[in-house]
Design a protein around this ligand. Structure first.
Ligand SMILES: [Zn+2]
Length: 387
């Protein structure tokens, strides 16, 4: 039996105890005070593994935490070099405050449930225990390590993106502790890019009974434009979109003067994002009395497969085999901060966090017995990459 795995299997209860505490410290992206409270707790745990922790202050979101472990070779080598290995995760969740009172942390049939448990508080615990285990077994990585935990991933990472990219620039690999994919915990080797756009149509109001011809309906115009936009996905491989939110008009007897739609766009190739955006910005109103305004843009670039990323996955798969598990890879539509690091050309492996299901959903949970296994896989990966 692998000594790292054996050591971590003895820690399963300690992992669950920490996980419960993290889950019960609710941390919605929009609640700075709450996210910072969790941040302080996580920082304490990170320091106990020998890390130096810096809180990068953010006025609008919670503070972003950066933990750093020195290289064993070269005394006190805290500085990041191009050989550094980066762990990446986030403190925030999509769940509003007090969700915990109707969706409390609980255990049933080998699963632990709770808001944000799978996405991605269990990932934070896995990271902490992997590093704690290396320390306890006297296995220090030869290269320095950094673990960045941002506070705004679930709202697009606008505040933390620069920090992520600055750190990633100096790293040889990025290991992302977002949840794995599917019941068997596949690692994520590609993700779609994500964009968000707002289409706003301004028309002209009029009485719908007395003089409808004097009005130009923004609602009708928006409906026509949405069908045109929908057609941009035809034949252009890998583009999908969802006009998830739509607003318009004031009353049934008033021709609508305004209407708008929010559109989520997913692309598999960087160039598709640009092409889509160009076509959107060139939209012309069908009714000349209306006008169209487009705002927003592509947010996360796609995380495309690369030879270096493939090599990183193969390394992880080999290490998993020595632990007796067979890991597969998955390509997913959801974005993460791994999209930023991968698009910069940094070999990135995502989905190294928990095995479970129900991200952003009421049945969100993790498989308890997989926690030590995933931490062991991460510890081996760190040793392999940072030696
Ligand atoms: Zn996440």
């Amino acid at each position: 039996v692998d000594h790292i795995l054996k050591h971590l299997e003895q820690q399963q209860n300690a992992m669950l105890k920490m996980l419960r505490e993290f889950v019960e410290h609710e941390s919605p992206s929009t609640e700075k005070t709450a996210v910072d409270r969790l941040g302080r707790l996580v920082a304490t745990e990170l320091r106990e593994t020998g890390a130096k922790v810096t809180a990068h202050r953010s006025a609008v979101t919670g503070n972003h935490l950066e933990a750093r472990w020195p290289a064993s070779a070269g005394e006190n080598s805290w500085s990041l070099t191009a050989r550094t290995v980066m762990l990446l995760g986030h403190l925030d969740t999509v769940w509003p405050m007090k969700t915990i009172s109707r969706m409390p942390y609980c255990i049933s049939a080998g699963r632990a449930y709770g808001p944000g448990i799978y996405d991605m508080k269990a990932g934070i615990v896995i990271g902490i225990f992997a590093l704690r285990c290396l320390r306890e077994l006297g296995l220090r990585a030869a290269k320095p390590l950094t673990f960045l935990l941002n506070a705004d991933e679930e709202v697009g990472s606008a505040s933390s993106r620069v920090l992520t990219e600055n750190l990633a620039q100096r790293c040889a690999a990025a290991l992302v502790l977002e949840p794995s994919a599917g019941p068997r915990g596949a690692l994520k080797t590609a993700r779609k890019g994500v964009g968000e756009f707002r289409i706003r149509v301004v028309g002209k109001a009029a009485h719908s009974g007395l003089d409808p011809e004097k009005g130009a309906s923004a609602v009708i115009e928006l409906a026509k434009q949405l069908l045109i936009i929908q057609s941009f996905t035809n034949g252009a491989g890998g583009i999908t979109l969802n006009p998830g939110v739509i607003h318009g008009g004031t009353r049934t007897n008033v021709v609508a003067a305004e209407a708008e739609a929010m559109i989520d766009v997913r692309v598999t190739k960087q160039a598709d994002g640009g092409r889509f955006e160009n076509r959107l910005r060139k939209l012309k109103p069908k009714d000349k009395r209306t006008s169209i305004e487009i705002t927003g843009g592509m947010n996360r670039p796609p995380f495309e497969r690369s030879p270096a990323g493939d090599k990183l996955f193969r390394t992880a798969r080999e290490l998993a085999r020595t632990l007796g598990i067979d890991v597969t890879e998955a390509w997913v539509g959801g974005g993460s901060d791994g999209n930023f690091t991968a698009a910069m050309g940094v070999p990135t492996l995502d989905g190294l966090g928990a095995v479970g299901d129900g991200a952003h959903a009421a049945h969100e949970h993790v498989i308890m017995k997989e926690l030590p296994m995933r931490a062991a896989l991460l510890a081996h990966l760190i040793l392999n990459l940072a030696t």
